[in-house]
Design a protein around this ligand. Structure first.
Ligand SMILES: Nc1ncnc2c1ncn2[C@@H]1O[C@H](COP(=O)(O)OP(=O)(O)OP(=O)(O)O)[C@@H](O)[C@H]1O
Ligand SMILES: [Mg+2]
Length: 495
């Protein structure tokens, strides 16, 4: 008998057409512990916590909280019991103030007169408890992703949360922001809150979690004290095999310049210039807001730029729209798959063929057989977990949706590929496959630009790194000059 159990999930199963998302999963959580939940993309992590929050009803199983058994959970009941879930997509209202967001549906005062003053005071108190400094009166839309997440946490704290579940909270955060978040998690633990923490960044597991539960293919695999495990053992439990190197060996030959960008300018970017060669991976480093995504969106024609020229293989090209860009052979794999990457209401197969429709169509008949072959090949290559390529993309797990975005751009066969945070939300095993794929593209003479907030990945994969800070180009590092410290120094504006 383990002491201090607050919450138990018992024998939970949930079937979707063609997928057993949860297969008789039992796991228990102690009061005041940080409990990491890890596993490959599609392992069933998000589904499990949706069962806990009442968003998904299981086919079988029960939830026990404080010794009381619940066979049917609803979102309402879950909240009333003090369970709060922060999902991969936030649930906030951009045009309301921060305080209004924290107390949404829960405003002090009565139905006619809401007491905004009290809400603001209480919000300020919660922020103080979290040791962060945000003005409760500001509009939510002015906040960065990191702070929006803090507002989600504050919202949970305003309701006396006992169990706080976070689904990949650090995925969109930079190193500094992650530090702040992990500190808040520590504070909550010391107040006796149980924190369930889903992440693909394993170093975080060892930093904050007391215990870790591993899931694979809908099944519970193991549960351990974090201190009793080595990182290698954890990875092996997750993927069921050994992974020796984090980064596959490169043997690309760097060739002629493919892309020359000069003085790219626009809102938030003050002039970025660089040359990209065939076979090369050029990394872009910087803090969130440094202008990396913006620069690439200007280049790609997704947002109008104010100035700058782009040469492809020595010839100047005009890129005004993403379509111009794709025609010229430049693809952008965006960081926010929900907004820009895929059409969630389309089957996987349609998304993969989006960029190549014209090549596949002759006299406006789509070559369906070829479309299917390409989609099948890419599904196998990237190991996209779905029972069928006709499955709606929305029904895939977060990481597998990201793979669909990758597949779509690989199908397009571009000379230059811009990857914006390519492995965000992708599990360790698939991550390695993506790195191998990037290397393979380079070996075939393609050129890659990679924006990443994952410092190890940036240093491990790039041939050169350009660092931006507040829209300015701070410097360029050659591979023999690479170090985390140097990148961080440039990224924070010190030369
Ligand atoms: N609404 C749905 N319809 C059909 N299948 C679904 C649905 N929701 C989830 N699934 C499937 O259930 C499985 C588990 O998905 P889940 O989202 O729980 O994975 P996960 O562990 O959170 O993965 P990731 O790390 O990629 O976020 C996946 O195979 C997914 O495709
Ligand atoms: Mg998930």
């Amino acid at each position: 008998m383990v002491e201090n159990i607050l919450l138990e999930l018992r024998h939970i199963s949930r079937q979707y057409p063609g997928v057993l998302a949860l297969n008789d999963v039992s796991v228990s959580f102690r009061k005041g512990e940080v409990h990491a939940l890890v596993g490959e993309n599609g392992a069933g992590k998000s589904t499990l916590i949706k069962v806990l929050s009442g968003a998904v009803s299981p086919d079988k199983g029960e939830i026990v909280l404080d010794g009381i058994t619940y066979t049917a959970m609803t979102p309402h009941l879950s909240q009333a019991l003090g369970i709060a879930v922060i999902y991969q997509e936030f649930n906030l209202l951009p045009s309301l103030s921060i305080a209004e967001n924290v107390f949404v549906g829960n405003m002090p005062g009565n139905r006619v007169f809401t007491d905004l003053k009290t809400a603001e005071l209480k919000t300020a108190e919660i922020f103080k408890r979290m040791k962060i400094n945000i003005n409760p009166k500001a509009e939510l839309r002015t906040l960065s992703v990191a702070y929006k997440q803090m507002v989600e946490i504050a919202k949970a704290l305003s309701k006396n949360v006992r169990v706080l579940v976070m689904d990949e909270p650090t995925a969109p955060l930079t190193t500094n922001e992650t530090d702040i978040l992990l500190e808040i998690v520590g504070t909550l633990r010391s107040e006796g809150v149980t924190v369930i923490f889903i992440t693909h960044r394993l170093p975080e597991v060892f930093r904050v979690a007391d215990r870790v539960t591993v899931m694979r293919d809908g099944c519970f695999v193991q549960n351990s004290n974090t201190g009793d495990l080595s990182p290698d053992e954890l990875i092996q439990a997750m993927v069921g095999r050994k992974i020796n190197d984090a980064y596959p060996a490169r043997n690309a030959v760097i060739g002629q310049p493919v892309l020359e960008a000069a003085g790219i300018k626009g809102p938030g970017v003050e002039g970025v210039s660089f040359t990209l060669r065939a076979g090369e991976i050029l990394g872009f480093a910087g803090l969130v807001g440094a202008g990396r995504t913006e620069t690439m969106r200007f280049l790609f024609g997704a947002d109008p730029k104010k100035g700058g020229t782009v040469k492809l293989k020595g010839r100047e090209v005009q890129i005004k729209t993403p379509r111009d860009s794709v025609t010229q052979g430049i693809g952008l794999i965006p960081e926010d798959r929900k907004l820009h990457g895929v059409v969630l209401g389309f089957p996987v197969r349609w998304n993969i063929s989006l960029t190549i429709l014209r090549a596949l169509s002759r006299f406006s008949f789509l070559n369906l057989a070829r479309e299917k072959n390409i989609a099948d090949d890419l599904k196998a290559l990237l190991d996209i977990k779905t029972p069928s390529i006709m499955q709606l993309t929305r029904n895939l797990s977060g990481g597998n949706q990201q793979k669909v975005v990758l597949a779509k751009w690989l199908a397009a066969d571009c000379d230059v590929l811009i990857f914006d945070e390519p492995t965000r939300g992708i599990d360790v095993g698939a991550r390695y496959e993506i790195y191998k794929l990037m290397n393979e593209l380079c070996a075939r003479g393609k050129a890659i630009i990679m924006i990443s907030s994952d410092m190890e990945e940036l240093l491990g994969m790039s041939d050169r790194i350009i660092v931006l800070c507040e829209g300015r180009q701070m410097g360029e590092l050659q591979s023999n000059e690479f170090s985390q410290e140097r990148v961080l120094r440039l990224a924070s504006g010190q030369v």
